[in-house]
Structure formats: C-alpha cells, structure tokens
Design a protein around this ligand. Structure first.
Ligand code: SF4
Length: 378
C-alpha cells in the first residue's frame, strides 16, 4: 500500500558519471513555469536548457511574473499538481534580506523554495504557504553577491566553541533540498564554486543538507573546504514508512563518503529522530553504516546534528491534508507542548523520552563515530 497521494513519482535512474557512485533518483517535473523576468536572466535560461535536455515537454514561459494554474479541485489535487511543477522565478528583495537561522547556521540563504520529495513529516509543511510547488530562483548571482554584506555581521552560531573556526555560516537547505533539484538548476554547484573562490571579508561556510545522493557533479568543484554538506538520515523504520521520493539512506551515506573523499567537510543530520520499533538497534545500524562509509577518509571533518520529531498545529493540519492515511504519530496528548518565539506552539516528545534518546545518541555517537562533533541536539 502506498501512502503517497496521486502525484507522480517521476524517477529516472541515471548514471551520474562515476562508476563508484550509486544510481540516484532524478526528479523530472511534469510542468515547468518560467516567469517573464526569470526568462530574461542567464541563469533562468540555463535552467530552461537543462529542463529541455531532461526531456520535459511542458515548459511555459509566462507573459508576466505571476504563476498560474497551480490549484486543483481539492487539497490533494493541488498537492499533486504543485509537486509535479517546477517554477523558475526571481526572488523578491524581501527574500534577499537574510534572516538568522539558529541552531543550524548564522543566516538562511535561499537558492530555491520547495522540494519534489514526499516526506510525510516534511519540515516545509506549515512553513511555506500556498501550493507546494518547487520554486527555483533565477537571480542567483544577485543572491550570492548579497552574502558579502553578512560576513562577520551579527553571527548567531559561529561564536560557539564547536563552530568558531567555521566563520559566518549560511544555510541553503532551510526551505528546499538543493541537491534534489540540482540536475535541473545547477544552483548548488554555482554557489559552492562562488563561495570556494570568492574573496570574502572573513571566513565563511555554506551549509546544505540533503536526502538525495546525486553528488557526482559536486565532487570536482573548487569548494575550497568552505561548503559542508550533510546527509539527512534516519532509522530504517522512519525512512521506509515516511520518506517518499528520496534516495535510499544507504545511497545517501555512500554519497557522504564520496564527498568526504573529495575534501568536503561533511555531516550527518539525524532527523527527525523517532523512538519507533527497536529504535536503538536501528539507529545503531545507521551509525555503523555511516562509520563504514567514512572509514579511512583522510583528515575527516565530520559533524552531527540531532533533531527529534516535532510538529505544530499548522504543520499537522497541512500534513494530514497532504497525507490523509499517514501513520505518523502527531497526537498532542502524547507530546509536551512548548512555546517558541512570537507565541508559536510546537509539540515535542516528553522530557523523559527526550532524555533517554539524548543519552543514547551521546553514547552511540561517541562509540561508533568518535570523529563526529555534535553541533546540537534539539
Ligand atoms: Fe520535505 Fe526534506 Fe522530505 Fe523534501 S526531502 S519533502 S524538504 S523533508
């Protein structure tokens, strides 16, 4: 039984250029909409060319800058249509004013918004309004040039002991999975190359996390050690039940090893952690598999970020409309209610459960991946 809605799962196995790399899923959207302004920019034109090369027939250059026809007759139809659509747009000035994003990084740097995968706990539900279309920004040079003004300015996380040497950090995965759309955009490669070669006023780090494995195009980029790529991983039970349209965890871990061997700082984003089934054995197997992929990497620079499952009233409502038959537990009575900034509410695991999981992960990471610096547990 599939829990995915009727959206297509347009998966194309492909050779990604290196025999040692696993075959990966490459998303092929059914529809591509390009706003007039985006179509006039070189990066927008390159994205159109990539979409044509991927064999997409329905590429529409709009006469204006407003996307059209994204809504269906009901929530599920809207979801299906939006998830099958790539929109190429220009990010507005408001989006180019960067905002702090602790604990992940000092600043959020959006290369795109939205994601073609179908995770039933998706972090984007309730964060991004409207139909979940994947929007990629065509004014990439402008976005990257804007980073200069933030280097050293009001850093939030880089003052911590674990992060100080990394300089000002920019997170590219807050609202998208940049690797999941890289074959159509090239944006992540361009960002990595820019940050690896540009002369900044101080040390910088680009950060990206992914549930995809198509890292072939990244391996030979002039990254300069300034981009840390983490793979988002989970136990077999969580991944099998709730992560649709992503690459398998084993492929993600193999990609992580390839990146580390290409000199990238790397990381594990273990998220969202859930105490399902035999969770200690399953997370233990996950950490063992990561250790095996990273064995023998010279000068390994490895971090770990641990994020437990949580939801908000808004994300629960959106996720239940997208995945009405989900088995994901989102019962407020089973959780502890916490208040965030600006009066927002989120539901997390009770204190005793959190304490038990945290103690287990602290020990397991120290034992199985002693090279890993844990950046945060939340
Ligand atoms: Fe959401 Fe991340 Fe899954 Fe994409 S890969 S659907 S952004 S949780």
């Amino acid at each position: 039984m599939t829990l995915l809605p009727t959206a297509p799962d347009p998966v194309t196995d492909t050779d990604i250029g290196r025999a040692a790399l696993p075959r990966t899923r490459l998303w092929v959207p059914r529809h591509v909409q390009v706003t007039r302004s985006a179509s006039e920019l070189p990066h927008g034109q390159r994205i159109i060319a990539r979409c044509e090369a991927a064999g997409i027939d329905d590429i529409e250059v709009l006469s204006g800058d407003r996307l059209t026809g994204l809504r269906g007759g009901d929530e599920r139809e809207t979801y299906a249509r939006a998830k099958a659509t790539l929109a190429v747009v220009v990010s507005p000035p408001s989006k180019r004013r960067l905002v702090p994003i602790p604990p992940s990084a000092d600043w959020r740097l959006d290369l795109a918004e939205g994601c073609p995968a179908h995770c039933q706990y998706c972090y984007l539900a309730g964060s991004l309004g409207g139909p979940p279309v994947t929007r990629v920004f065509a004014n990439l040079p402008e976005i990257l040039a804007g980073m200069d003004g933030y280097v050293g300015a009001g850093a939030v996380t880089s003052g911590t002991d674990e992060r100080g040497h990394e300089g000002t950090t920019f997170e590219a995965s807050c609202y998208t999975d940049p690797l999941g759309i890289e074959h159509l955009t090239g944006s992540l490669s361009e960002a990595i190359s820019h940050i690896g070669t540009h002369s900044f006023a101080g040390p910088v780090q680009l950060r990206a996390t992914t549930k995809f494995a198509g890292v072939g195009p990244l391996l030979d980029l002039p990254h300069g050690g300034r981009t840390r790529i983490r793979v988002s991983v989970n136990s077999a039970a969580v991944s099998r039940r709730f992560e649709g349209g992503t690459d398998r965890v084993a492929a993600r871990l193999h990609a992580l090893g390839s990146l580390a061997r290409a000199g990238y700082p790397v990381g594990l984003t273990i998220a969202p952690i859930m105490p399902l089934d035999d969770w200690r054995a399953e997370y233990g197997a996950l950490l063992d598999a990561a250790a095996a992929e990273l064995a023998g990497v010279p000068d390994l620079d490895l971090t770990a970020e641990c994020i437990t499952h949580r939801f908000t009233p808004g994300s629960k409502q959106v996720l239940e409309s997208w995945y009405p038959r989900t088995r994901l537990e989102m019962d407020p009575d089973e959780r502890t209610r916490k208040h965030g900034r600006y009066g927002s509410v989120k539901y997390v695991y009770p204190v005793a459960v959190m304490r038990e999981m945290r103690a287990w992960f602290d020990d397991a990471l120290a034992e199985r991946l002693p090279a890993a610096r844990t950046l945060y547990w939340t």
